[in-house]
Design a protein around this ligand. Sequence first.
Ligand code: RB5
Length: 142
Amino acid sequence: MIISVGADHGGFELKKKIVSFLKNSGYEVIDNGTFSSDSVDYPDFAKLVVKDISLKKADFGVLVCGSGIGISIAANRHKGIRAALVTRKEFAELSRRHNNANIIVLGGRFTPFEDAEEYISIFLKTPFDGGRHQQRTDKIEI
Ligand code: RB5
């Protein structure tokens, strides 16, 4: 499974740990940066991860900004993208089971790494339930 990862400066520190964690867990990782704590614009990194998913270069994405809010808003502007800002483990599971989310978003300034590990593990292992949820996700596309 290939995971595309991106973060702005607010998510840079957490993203570094997430990349190592994913690699150590056996996932192939596309690290789209950012690669320092210098100030950057989160939509640029959302676009890179969105592109990997849209072109099927990656199966899932992980995005991190300071709060997780800006980068999830940016990602969700794109067709076919369902980016879920996850702040508790139940949301990691439900975003897959009910929403077929293809990007998990985390707030780098508010999410301890141990929580991020747990959320990402749940997210990547949980299948979509389909059925009535499929018709709902279909209706998101306009
Ligand atoms: C950057 O300071 C911060 O605004 C950004 O990381 C994010 O939290 C925006 O939603």
